[in-house]
Ligand binder design. Structure first.
Ligand SMILES: Cc1cc2nc3c(=O)[nH]c(=O)nc-3n(C[C@H](O)[C@H](O)[C@H](O)COP(=O)(O)O)c2cc1C
Ligand code: SF4
Length: 440
């Protein structure tokens, strides 16, 4: 599949020229000092710098959901890499909510193994600098219609087809949803016991809680109007706040890019409707949620909106717009949301496509007040020590950056161990070759 847009800039000045030519107003700063600033939270906990590893599923858990060898390898590389915040990937709150049997799953019988992982991460981070302590967020998830049990809140043709769900597939009941609230609270308790600083109720990319925000056509107490569609997330945060002493975070779609009434934050033409996302972030901030990691869309239908790329991979399509428009859209989601909740921490998304010039945009965004932390997804797979190179080694090396080829996405879609095929071939090339052979 050919793409007409390719990253092709030799300097930040060339990239800035393109930004101008496209009539975009993306902030740039070549003074990177701001990225090294720490954040002290109201409870005294410190996030040691402004760079974060985004949650990125590695499809490498053990059968019972506990971290596997490659899981440990990935997180120890991040621990050594110097990012101040490591947002651990989607971890299922129950077996039915698992995307597949390689997805992490936290439960009573294995939380001690997650505790071993947080201990190892902290030890490894300390080795590089005795008082370096990355802030650890655990993303709690239910994969909903994209899980192995295909749990759905409503039917819609395109979404059903994308998930392989039949039109007569039964909807989850309100009673089952009440029980599921309890599974999230229990998982937060276990996350606390395992040593995480915060939990995230994953509410993005079309997975379960993301679908719930868009359940306009569902009857009952979890569908229809705004209060019903946000009930679950608020109930669970309230209960965790009351019963578990752990910081609260959310990875939140600001818009799905799926037309109303089947998408959240989206109008009838597929454009952004800010009304409900703005209201929700304000209400969540009042409930005690402190960190908001903003993102958009669903990779199953509109990946160009959630992760701008050069190459779509076999499951994708050539980018229908210059990826800088995608980057600009994601940056502006953070800008608007940070403007709504000035005291909270907004984590920005959309930086990997910018490759070795991403630190200059990251610094520009922080200086402009568009976000307080900058997250890196695919870049973390490709270049796990990106933070150290940005902060201490005068920037990212062009030969090591993610080239947005989508091969890691192909691995994940095929439920194979997932990582960077291009920059970490000793581990991941063989899995990709297997995939090519299976495809024939
Ligand atoms: C292979 C793969 C796995 C991902 N896993 C998760 C995940 O577990 N949770 C999540 O919220 N986002 C996940 N994402 C989305 C990323 O966190 C991020 O939003 C996206 O890649 C865009 O950021 P980037 O341009 O820095 O890569 C995943 C993306 C990829 C490509
Ligand atoms: S395989 Fe590597 S280079 Fe390609 S998109 Fe994924 S992280 Fe980037």
């Amino acid at each position: 599949m050919k793409n007409i847009y390719r990253f092709n800039y030799n300097s930040i000045q060339e990239l800035e020229k393109e930004i101008k030519a496209l009539d975009l107003a993306i902030p740039v700063s070549t003074d990177l000092d701001v990225l090294a600033e720490q954040i002290v939270l109201s409870n005294g906990v410190v996030i040691p710098n402004r760079l974060a590893v985004h949650p990125m599923e590695g499809c490498d858990s053990r059968e019972d959901g506990s971290p596997g060898q490659l899981t440990e390898r990935r997180y120890l590389r991040y621990a050594e890499g110097g990012a101040g915040l490591i947002w651990l990937e989607a971890v299922a709150v129950n077996q039915r909510g698992r995307a597949n049997n390689q997805q992490l799953f936290l439960h009573r019988d294995n939380y001690h193994l997650f505790a071993d992982l947080t201990d190892l991460i902290r030890e490894r981070a300390k080795k590089k600098e005795t008082d370096f302590r990355p802030y650890l967020v655990l993303q709690l998830t239910h994969s909903g219609r994209f899980g192995q049990n295909k749990t759905i809140l409503f039917n819609e043709n395109t979404l059903d087809q994308a998930a392989g769900v039949r039109g007569d597939h039964p909807l989850i009941t309100d009673r089952e949803l009440e029980e599921l609230e309890g599974d999230y609270v229990e998982a937060a308790r276990l996350a606390k016991a395992a040593g995480f600083d915060a939990i995230d109720l994953k509410s993005c990319h079309g997975y379960f809680l993301s679908e719930m925000l868009a359940a306009h056509t569902r009857d009952g107490k979890y569908g229809g109007d705004y209060l019903n569609r946000t009930r679950f997330i608020k109930n669970v945060f309230r209960q965790i706040k009351a019963e578990v002493k752990i910081d609260l975070a959310i990875r939140l779609n600001i818009f799905d890019g799926i037309e109303f009434p089947y998408g959240w934050g989206t109008d009838r033409n597929g454009g952004i409707d800010w009304t409900e996302p703005k209201r929700l972030v304000q209400e969540l901030a009042q409930l005690g949620v402190t960190i908001f990691n903003v993102t958009a869309s669903t990779p199953y239908l509109k990946p160009h909106l959630s992760r701008p790329y050069d190459q779509p991979g076999v499951y994708g399509y050539p980018a229908p717009e210059h990826p800088l428009f995608g980057v600009n859209r994601l940056l502006n989601l953070a800008r608007v949301i940070q403007g709504e909740i000035k005291d909270s921490i907004v984590v920005g998304t959309g930086y990997s496509w910018l490759r070795e010039f991403s630190p200059y945009i990251a610094a520009g965004v922080l200086r402009a007040g568009w976000a307080k932390i900058i997250g890196f997804g695919r870049e973390a797979f490709a270049y796990p020590d990106f933070a150290d190179d940005i902060l201490f080694n005068r920037g990212l090396k062009a030969k090591r950056v993610c080239i947005t080829c989508s091969k890691c996405t192909e691995l994940k879609a095929a439920q194979k161990n997932t990582g960077c095929v291009v920059r970490d071939p000793a581990i991941y090339l063989k899995f990709y070759q297997e995939l090519l052979e299976e495809r024939g």
